[in-house]
Design a protein around this ligand. Structure first.
Ligand code: H79
Length: 438
Protein backbone atom coordinates (compact mmCIF):
# COMPACT_ATOMS: atom_id res chain seq x y z
CA UNK A 1 0.00 0.00 0.00
CA UNK A 2 2.70 2.50 0.98
CA UNK A 3 4.75 1.34 -2.00
CA UNK A 4 1.86 2.33 -4.26
CA UNK A 5 1.64 5.64 -2.45
CA UNK A 6 5.31 6.33 -3.07
CA UNK A 7 4.92 5.31 -6.72
CA UNK A 8 1.99 7.70 -7.06
CA UNK A 9 4.01 10.42 -5.39
CA UNK A 10 6.83 9.79 -7.87
CA UNK A 11 4.39 10.15 -10.78
CA UNK A 12 2.68 13.23 -9.38
CA UNK A 13 5.98 15.01 -8.73
CA UNK A 14 7.62 14.24 -12.06
CA UNK A 15 6.97 17.67 -13.60
CA UNK A 16 7.84 19.36 -10.33
CA UNK A 17 11.28 17.78 -10.11
CA UNK A 18 11.91 18.66 -13.72
CA UNK A 19 10.87 22.32 -13.33
CA UNK A 20 13.10 23.03 -10.32
CA UNK A 21 12.48 26.78 -9.97
CA UNK A 22 9.30 28.54 -8.91
CA UNK A 23 8.01 31.87 -7.67
CA UNK A 24 6.41 32.25 -4.25
CA UNK A 25 4.15 35.29 -3.91
CA UNK A 26 3.20 36.63 -0.49
CA UNK A 27 0.57 39.26 -0.87
CA UNK A 28 -2.30 40.49 1.23
CA UNK A 29 -3.47 43.29 3.51
CA UNK A 30 -0.08 43.16 5.26
CA UNK A 31 1.44 44.86 2.21
CA UNK A 32 0.01 48.11 3.63
CA UNK A 33 1.69 48.10 7.07
CA UNK A 34 4.62 46.72 5.03
CA UNK A 35 6.33 45.08 7.98
CA UNK A 36 5.93 41.48 6.88
CA UNK A 37 3.01 39.03 6.96
CA UNK A 38 3.45 38.29 10.66
CA UNK A 39 2.81 41.90 11.66
CA UNK A 40 -0.47 41.07 13.42
CA UNK A 41 1.18 38.45 15.59
CA UNK A 42 4.45 40.25 16.25
CA UNK A 43 2.70 43.51 17.21
CA UNK A 44 -0.34 41.80 18.79
CA UNK A 45 -2.77 43.76 16.59
CA UNK A 46 -6.47 43.07 17.20
CA UNK A 47 -8.90 42.36 14.36
CA UNK A 48 -10.45 45.78 14.97
CA UNK A 49 -7.12 47.59 14.64
CA UNK A 50 -6.20 45.54 11.57
CA UNK A 51 -9.52 46.47 9.93
CA UNK A 52 -8.12 49.77 8.61
CA UNK A 53 -6.06 47.86 6.07
CA UNK A 54 -9.11 46.01 4.78
CA UNK A 55 -10.94 49.34 4.40
CA UNK A 56 -7.99 50.80 2.55
CA UNK A 57 -6.91 47.87 0.34
CA UNK A 58 -7.06 48.89 -3.31
CA UNK A 59 -4.09 47.67 -5.36
CA UNK A 60 -4.76 49.61 -8.54
CA UNK A 61 -1.55 48.57 -10.24
CA UNK A 62 -2.18 44.83 -9.77
CA UNK A 63 -1.29 43.39 -13.18
CA UNK A 64 -0.91 39.62 -12.88
CA UNK A 65 0.08 39.38 -16.54
CA UNK A 66 3.13 41.48 -15.70
CA UNK A 67 3.87 39.23 -12.72
CA UNK A 68 3.59 36.18 -14.96
CA UNK A 69 5.97 37.67 -17.52
CA UNK A 70 8.41 38.46 -14.72
CA UNK A 71 8.28 34.87 -13.50
CA UNK A 72 8.63 33.47 -16.98
CA UNK A 73 11.55 35.73 -17.87
CA UNK A 74 13.23 34.82 -14.58
CA UNK A 75 13.22 31.20 -15.76
CA UNK A 76 10.63 30.16 -13.20
CA UNK A 77 8.30 27.35 -14.24
CA UNK A 78 5.60 27.58 -11.59
CA UNK A 79 4.21 30.00 -9.05
CA UNK A 80 2.42 29.80 -5.72
CA UNK A 81 0.25 32.67 -4.46
CA UNK A 82 -1.08 33.18 -0.92
CA UNK A 83 -4.84 32.66 -1.35
CA UNK A 84 -5.09 33.19 2.42
CA UNK A 85 -2.29 33.83 4.91
CA UNK A 86 -2.41 33.57 8.72
CA UNK A 87 -4.29 36.89 8.96
CA UNK A 88 -7.26 35.14 7.35
CA UNK A 89 -7.77 37.64 4.52
CA UNK A 90 -8.85 35.85 1.35
CA UNK A 91 -7.58 36.94 -2.06
CA UNK A 92 -10.42 34.96 -3.64
CA UNK A 93 -14.17 35.29 -3.78
CA UNK A 94 -15.04 32.73 -1.12
CA UNK A 95 -18.75 32.24 -0.45
CA UNK A 96 -17.90 31.38 3.14
CA UNK A 97 -16.67 34.80 4.27
CA UNK A 98 -16.85 38.52 3.59
CA UNK A 99 -13.23 38.90 4.62
CA UNK A 100 -12.04 38.82 1.03
CA UNK A 101 -10.66 40.97 -1.74
CA UNK A 102 -13.97 41.17 -3.59
CA UNK A 103 -15.44 43.03 -0.60
CA UNK A 104 -12.66 45.62 -0.54
CA UNK A 105 -12.44 48.73 -2.70
CA UNK A 106 -10.52 46.73 -5.29
CA UNK A 107 -13.45 44.37 -5.83
CA UNK A 108 -11.39 41.82 -7.75
CA UNK A 109 -10.88 38.08 -7.37
CA UNK A 110 -7.10 38.31 -7.18
CA UNK A 111 -6.60 34.56 -7.18
CA UNK A 112 -8.63 33.98 -10.32
CA UNK A 113 -6.76 36.71 -12.19
CA UNK A 114 -3.44 35.30 -11.00
CA UNK A 115 -4.36 31.80 -12.19
CA UNK A 116 -5.55 33.01 -15.59
CA UNK A 117 -2.45 35.11 -16.19
CA UNK A 118 0.11 32.52 -15.10
CA UNK A 119 -1.57 29.69 -16.99
CA UNK A 120 -1.58 31.87 -20.09
CA UNK A 121 2.23 32.12 -19.83
CA UNK A 122 2.42 28.33 -19.67
CA UNK A 123 3.40 28.27 -16.01
CA UNK A 124 2.16 25.74 -13.48
CA UNK A 125 0.08 27.25 -10.70
CA UNK A 126 -0.27 26.69 -7.01
CA UNK A 127 -2.04 28.22 -4.06
CA UNK A 128 -0.80 28.73 -0.53
CA UNK A 129 -3.51 28.30 2.09
CA UNK A 130 -2.87 29.02 5.75
CA UNK A 131 -4.13 26.41 8.20
CA UNK A 132 -3.93 29.10 10.86
CA UNK A 133 -6.53 31.85 10.82
CA UNK A 134 -6.22 34.86 13.11
CA UNK A 135 -9.47 36.35 11.85
CA UNK A 136 -11.89 33.45 12.26
CA UNK A 137 -13.77 33.61 15.61
CA UNK A 138 -13.39 29.88 16.24
CA UNK A 139 -9.66 29.59 15.73
CA UNK A 140 -7.86 29.25 19.11
CA UNK A 141 -6.69 32.70 20.22
CA UNK A 142 -6.08 33.25 23.95
CA UNK A 143 -3.35 30.84 25.01
CA UNK A 144 -2.35 29.89 21.45
CA UNK A 145 1.41 30.34 21.13
CA UNK A 146 1.31 32.73 18.20
CA UNK A 147 -2.17 34.22 17.84
CA UNK A 148 -2.15 38.04 17.98
CA UNK A 149 -4.59 37.87 20.95
CA UNK A 150 -2.67 35.14 22.79
CA UNK A 151 -2.45 37.21 25.99
CA UNK A 152 -5.99 38.61 25.90
CA UNK A 153 -8.43 36.63 28.04
CA UNK A 154 -11.38 38.18 26.25
CA UNK A 155 -10.32 35.98 23.31
CA UNK A 156 -10.76 32.74 25.21
CA UNK A 157 -12.51 30.36 22.83
CA UNK A 158 -14.72 27.34 23.23
CA UNK A 159 -12.61 24.39 22.03
CA UNK A 160 -15.86 22.66 21.01
CA UNK A 161 -16.26 25.24 18.30
CA UNK A 162 -12.94 24.47 16.60
CA UNK A 163 -14.95 22.15 14.35
CA UNK A 164 -16.76 25.18 12.98
CA UNK A 165 -13.41 26.57 11.87
CA UNK A 166 -12.43 23.23 10.35
CA UNK A 167 -15.66 23.12 8.34
CA UNK A 168 -14.82 26.61 7.09
CA UNK A 169 -11.23 25.70 6.26
CA UNK A 170 -12.20 22.49 4.47
CA UNK A 171 -14.96 24.37 2.67
CA UNK A 172 -12.56 27.00 1.40
CA UNK A 173 -10.09 24.41 0.16
CA UNK A 174 -12.98 22.73 -1.64
CA UNK A 175 -13.91 26.05 -3.25
CA UNK A 176 -10.35 26.53 -4.47
CA UNK A 177 -10.30 23.02 -5.92
CA UNK A 178 -13.71 23.14 -7.56
CA UNK A 179 -14.17 26.74 -8.74
CA UNK A 180 -10.73 27.65 -10.06
CA UNK A 181 -9.85 25.00 -12.60
CA UNK A 182 -6.87 22.71 -12.55
CA UNK A 183 -4.31 23.53 -9.88
CA UNK A 184 -0.87 21.99 -9.76
CA UNK A 185 0.17 22.59 -6.14
CA UNK A 186 -1.54 23.15 -2.80
CA UNK A 187 0.79 24.65 -0.23
CA UNK A 188 -0.60 24.36 3.32
CA UNK A 189 1.11 26.25 6.14
CA UNK A 190 1.64 25.07 8.93
CA UNK A 191 1.46 22.59 11.81
CA UNK A 192 2.77 23.44 15.27
CA UNK A 193 2.40 22.17 18.83
CA UNK A 194 -0.82 20.11 18.96
CA UNK A 195 -2.13 21.71 15.76
CA UNK A 196 -1.14 18.99 13.33
CA UNK A 197 -2.40 15.97 11.42
CA UNK A 198 -5.87 14.84 12.46
CA UNK A 199 -6.37 18.01 14.51
CA UNK A 200 -6.89 19.54 11.03
CA UNK A 201 -8.99 16.48 10.01
CA UNK A 202 -6.14 15.93 7.60
CA UNK A 203 -7.12 12.50 6.28
CA UNK A 204 -10.60 13.75 5.37
CA UNK A 205 -9.10 16.86 3.77
CA UNK A 206 -6.66 14.81 1.71
CA UNK A 207 -9.36 12.38 0.61
CA UNK A 208 -11.32 15.32 -0.72
CA UNK A 209 -8.23 16.76 -2.44
CA UNK A 210 -7.27 13.45 -4.04
CA UNK A 211 -10.87 12.92 -5.20
CA UNK A 212 -11.16 16.40 -6.72
CA UNK A 213 -7.72 16.77 -8.28
CA UNK A 214 -5.72 13.55 -8.11
CA UNK A 215 -2.69 14.96 -9.96
CA UNK A 216 -2.28 17.86 -7.52
CA UNK A 217 0.84 17.85 -5.36
CA UNK A 218 0.66 18.93 -1.73
CA UNK A 219 3.39 20.07 0.66
CA UNK A 220 4.10 18.24 3.90
CA UNK A 221 2.82 20.78 6.41
CA UNK A 222 -0.42 19.10 7.41
CA UNK A 223 1.90 17.13 9.64
CA UNK A 224 4.67 18.27 11.92
CA UNK A 225 8.03 18.29 10.17
CA UNK A 226 11.71 18.40 10.98
CA UNK A 227 12.71 17.58 14.53
CA UNK A 228 9.10 17.05 15.52
CA UNK A 229 8.94 14.04 13.20
CA UNK A 230 6.67 13.60 10.22
CA UNK A 231 6.06 10.50 8.23
CA UNK A 232 7.11 11.84 4.83
CA UNK A 233 10.57 10.93 6.09
CA UNK A 234 9.65 7.24 6.28
CA UNK A 235 8.82 4.55 3.75
CA UNK A 236 5.29 4.45 5.23
CA UNK A 237 3.93 7.95 4.71
CA UNK A 238 0.35 8.70 5.68
CA UNK A 239 -2.24 10.10 3.29
CA UNK A 240 -1.52 13.59 4.61
CA UNK A 241 2.28 13.35 4.61
CA UNK A 242 2.28 15.26 1.36
CA UNK A 243 4.27 14.92 -1.84
CA UNK A 244 7.29 17.03 -1.01
CA UNK A 245 9.24 18.30 1.98
CA UNK A 246 9.35 22.07 2.43
CA UNK A 247 12.50 23.28 4.20
CA UNK A 248 12.06 26.99 4.94
CA UNK A 249 14.91 29.53 4.82
CA UNK A 250 17.47 26.74 4.75
CA UNK A 251 19.01 24.54 2.09
CA UNK A 252 19.28 21.07 3.57
CA UNK A 253 22.99 20.30 4.02
CA UNK A 254 22.70 16.84 2.51
CA UNK A 255 19.46 17.06 0.55
CA UNK A 256 16.37 15.31 1.91
CA UNK A 257 16.04 11.56 2.30
CA UNK A 258 13.73 9.25 4.17
CA UNK A 259 15.03 7.26 7.11
CA UNK A 260 16.16 4.54 4.69
CA UNK A 261 18.28 6.99 2.72
CA UNK A 262 15.95 7.25 -0.30
CA UNK A 263 15.84 10.72 -1.86
CA UNK A 264 12.43 12.37 -1.46
CA UNK A 265 11.08 15.36 -3.38
CA UNK A 266 11.81 18.67 -1.69
CA UNK A 267 11.55 22.37 -2.28
CA UNK A 268 13.41 25.02 -0.29
CA UNK A 269 11.34 28.17 0.11
CA UNK A 270 13.55 31.21 0.43
CA UNK A 271 12.97 34.97 0.59
CA UNK A 272 14.78 37.43 -1.68
CA UNK A 273 15.31 39.82 1.24
CA UNK A 274 14.35 39.11 4.86
CA UNK A 275 10.56 39.19 4.51
CA UNK A 276 7.89 37.17 2.77
CA UNK A 277 5.24 39.87 2.79
CA UNK A 278 6.29 43.32 1.52
CA UNK A 279 8.78 45.04 3.80
CA UNK A 280 9.09 48.68 2.81
CA UNK A 281 12.32 49.17 4.75
CA UNK A 282 13.85 45.80 4.05
CA UNK A 283 16.56 46.37 1.48
CA UNK A 284 18.63 43.33 2.43
CA UNK A 285 18.36 41.69 -0.98
CA UNK A 286 20.32 38.68 -2.10
CA UNK A 287 22.36 39.27 -5.23
CA UNK A 288 21.57 37.48 -8.49
CA UNK A 289 24.85 35.64 -8.02
CA UNK A 290 23.68 34.31 -4.66
CA UNK A 291 20.31 33.27 -6.04
CA UNK A 292 21.93 31.48 -9.00
CA UNK A 293 24.33 29.63 -6.73
CA UNK A 294 21.58 28.65 -4.29
CA UNK A 295 19.41 27.35 -7.11
CA UNK A 296 22.37 25.28 -8.31
CA UNK A 297 22.91 24.02 -4.76
CA UNK A 298 19.28 22.89 -4.51
CA UNK A 299 19.39 21.07 -7.85
CA UNK A 300 22.77 19.49 -6.99
CA UNK A 301 20.99 17.96 -3.99
CA UNK A 302 17.87 16.88 -5.92
CA UNK A 303 15.77 19.81 -4.70
CA UNK A 304 13.73 22.76 -5.97
CA UNK A 305 13.91 26.45 -5.14
CA UNK A 306 10.73 28.41 -4.50
CA UNK A 307 11.91 32.01 -4.44
CA UNK A 308 9.66 34.63 -2.90
CA UNK A 309 8.51 38.06 -3.94
CA UNK A 310 6.33 40.33 -1.80
CA UNK A 311 4.33 42.72 -3.98
CA UNK A 312 3.50 46.11 -2.47
CA UNK A 313 0.14 47.64 -1.59
CA UNK A 314 -0.26 49.02 -5.09
CA UNK A 315 0.16 45.53 -6.50
CA UNK A 316 3.67 45.75 -7.87
CA UNK A 317 6.67 43.51 -7.32
CA UNK A 318 9.39 45.74 -5.82
CA UNK A 319 11.86 47.08 -8.39
CA UNK A 320 14.84 45.60 -6.52
CA UNK A 321 13.27 42.14 -6.79
CA UNK A 322 12.62 42.65 -10.50
CA UNK A 323 16.26 43.58 -11.09
CA UNK A 324 17.57 40.45 -9.38
CA UNK A 325 15.03 38.19 -11.11
CA UNK A 326 15.86 39.61 -14.53
CA UNK A 327 19.54 38.84 -14.03
CA UNK A 328 18.81 35.32 -12.82
CA UNK A 329 16.64 34.83 -15.90
CA UNK A 330 19.36 36.09 -18.19
CA UNK A 331 21.74 33.48 -16.70
CA UNK A 332 19.12 30.72 -16.92
CA UNK A 333 18.30 31.50 -20.53
CA UNK A 334 21.80 30.36 -21.46
CA UNK A 335 22.49 27.91 -18.65
CA UNK A 336 19.07 26.40 -17.98
CA UNK A 337 20.07 23.02 -19.42
CA UNK A 338 22.13 22.53 -16.26
CA UNK A 339 19.06 23.13 -14.05
CA UNK A 340 15.80 21.90 -15.63
CA UNK A 341 15.47 18.13 -15.56
CA UNK A 342 18.72 17.86 -13.64
CA UNK A 343 19.51 16.39 -10.26
CA UNK A 344 22.38 15.18 -8.18
CA UNK A 345 25.40 13.72 -9.96
CA UNK A 346 26.26 10.99 -7.48
CA UNK A 347 29.84 12.24 -7.37
CA UNK A 348 31.68 13.88 -4.48
CA UNK A 349 31.28 17.66 -4.40
CA UNK A 350 34.26 19.16 -6.27
CA UNK A 351 36.54 21.75 -4.63
CA UNK A 352 35.76 24.39 -7.23
CA UNK A 353 31.95 24.26 -7.17
CA UNK A 354 29.16 21.80 -7.74
CA UNK A 355 27.86 19.24 -10.19
CA UNK A 356 24.38 18.75 -11.56
CA UNK A 357 23.52 15.96 -13.94
CA UNK A 358 20.99 14.77 -16.48
CA UNK A 359 21.71 11.36 -18.01
CA UNK A 360 25.17 11.40 -19.58
CA UNK A 361 25.42 15.18 -19.36
CA UNK A 362 27.38 16.25 -16.33
CA UNK A 363 27.34 19.97 -15.60
CA UNK A 364 30.35 21.43 -13.84
CA UNK A 365 29.34 24.63 -12.08
CA UNK A 366 32.74 26.26 -11.70
CA UNK A 367 32.48 28.86 -8.94
CA UNK A 368 36.14 29.22 -8.13
CA UNK A 369 38.90 30.04 -10.55
CA UNK A 370 41.49 27.32 -10.92
CA UNK A 371 45.23 27.34 -11.36
CA UNK A 372 46.04 25.19 -14.35
CA UNK A 373 43.61 22.46 -15.43
CA UNK A 374 40.28 21.96 -13.72
CA UNK A 375 40.19 18.65 -11.87
CA UNK A 376 37.36 16.14 -12.36
CA UNK A 377 38.12 13.75 -9.55
CA UNK A 378 37.53 10.08 -10.28
CA UNK A 379 36.32 10.63 -13.85
CA UNK A 380 39.39 8.99 -15.43
CA UNK A 381 38.70 8.59 -19.15
CA UNK A 382 34.92 8.91 -18.82
CA UNK A 383 34.71 12.44 -20.26
CA UNK A 384 34.10 12.55 -24.00
CA UNK A 385 33.97 16.28 -24.51
CA UNK A 386 33.57 19.61 -22.74
CA UNK A 387 31.64 22.68 -23.87
CA UNK A 388 30.97 26.05 -22.30
CA UNK A 389 27.22 25.79 -21.80
CA UNK A 390 26.53 29.50 -22.19
CA UNK A 391 27.70 29.63 -25.83
CA UNK A 392 28.44 26.05 -26.86
CA UNK A 393 32.10 26.77 -27.46
CA UNK A 394 34.70 24.03 -27.27
CA UNK A 395 36.72 23.41 -24.11
CA UNK A 396 39.54 20.93 -23.78
CA UNK A 397 39.65 17.60 -22.01
CA UNK A 398 43.34 17.01 -21.32
CA UNK A 399 45.92 14.71 -19.78
CA UNK A 400 48.15 17.47 -18.44
CA UNK A 401 51.94 16.93 -18.13
CA UNK A 402 51.83 18.18 -14.54
CA UNK A 403 49.02 15.88 -13.38
CA UNK A 404 50.53 12.47 -14.00
CA UNK A 405 50.08 11.66 -10.32
CA UNK A 406 46.29 11.54 -10.76
CA UNK A 407 45.57 8.83 -13.35
CA UNK A 408 42.06 8.19 -11.98
CA UNK A 409 41.01 11.79 -12.57
CA UNK A 410 40.04 13.71 -15.67
CA UNK A 411 40.92 17.36 -16.35
CA UNK A 412 39.76 20.09 -18.65
CA UNK A 413 41.26 23.38 -19.76
CA UNK A 414 39.56 26.60 -20.76
CA UNK A 415 42.08 27.22 -23.54
CA UNK A 416 44.38 25.62 -26.03
CA UNK A 417 47.33 25.79 -26.14
CA UNK A 418 46.99 25.40 -22.41
CA UNK A 419 47.05 28.38 -20.09
CA UNK A 420 47.51 28.42 -16.37
CA UNK A 421 45.45 31.42 -15.46
CA UNK A 422 41.75 31.39 -16.26
CA UNK A 423 39.57 34.24 -15.15
CA UNK A 424 36.12 32.62 -15.28
CA UNK A 425 33.90 33.78 -18.15
CA UNK A 426 30.97 34.10 -15.70
CA UNK A 427 32.04 34.79 -12.17
CA UNK A 428 28.52 34.06 -10.89
CA UNK A 429 28.67 30.48 -12.16
CA UNK A 430 30.53 29.26 -15.23
CA UNK A 431 28.82 26.11 -16.41
CA UNK A 432 30.76 23.49 -18.35
CA UNK A 433 28.79 20.75 -20.05
CA UNK A 434 30.67 17.45 -19.89
CA UNK A 435 29.51 14.56 -22.02
CA UNK A 436 30.21 11.26 -20.32
CA UNK A 437 30.89 8.00 -22.13
CA UNK A 438 28.44 6.04 -20.00
O1 H79 B 1 4.44 32.15 4.75
C1 H79 B 1 5.77 32.24 5.21
C2 H79 B 1 5.83 32.47 6.68
O2 H79 B 1 4.95 33.48 7.12
C3 H79 B 1 5.42 31.14 7.20
N1 H79 B 1 5.91 30.19 6.23
C4 H79 B 1 6.46 30.92 5.12
C5 H79 B 1 6.30 30.19 3.82
C6 H79 B 1 5.90 30.82 8.52
N2 H79 B 1 5.14 30.40 9.42
N3 H79 B 1 5.84 30.14 10.49
N4 H79 B 1 7.05 30.42 10.26
C7 H79 B 1 7.16 30.87 9.04
C8 H79 B 1 8.11 30.22 11.22
C9 H79 B 1 7.82 31.07 12.38
C10 H79 B 1 8.70 32.06 12.61
C11 H79 B 1 8.53 32.86 13.76
FE1 H79 B 1 8.61 34.80 13.81
C12 H79 B 1 9.58 33.27 14.59
C13 H79 B 1 7.34 33.32 14.28
C14 H79 B 1 7.65 34.12 15.40
C15 H79 B 1 9.02 34.08 15.60
C16 H79 B 1 9.40 35.42 11.99
C17 H79 B 1 9.97 36.16 13.01
C18 H79 B 1 8.04 35.64 12.04
C19 H79 B 1 7.78 36.50 13.08
C20 H79 B 1 8.96 36.83 13.68
Amino acid sequence: MSQTFIQQRTERTEWFLRDRFGMFIHWGLYAIPARGEWVRSVERISSEDYRQYFDEFNPERYDPKAWARTAKEAGMKYAVLTAKHHDGFCLFDSKLTDYKSTRTACGRDLVREFLDAFRAEGLKVGLYYSLLDWHHPDYPAYGDRIHPMRDNEAYKRDPERFGVYLDYMHGQVRELLTEYGKLDIMWFDFSYDGMKGEKWRATELMEMIRAQQPHLIVDNRLEASGEEGGSIYTEQPSLYSGDFASPEQIIPPRGVTDDQGNSIPWEACITLNNNWGYGANDLTYKSAKTVIRKLVECVSKNGNLLLNVGPDAAGEIPQRSLTVLAEVGEWLRRNGDSIYGCGEADLPKPDWGRYTRKGNKLYAHVLEESVGPVNLAGLGDRVQRARLLADGSELFVTRPWNAKLYPDDAFFNFAQPEHFTYPLPDERDTVVELTLND
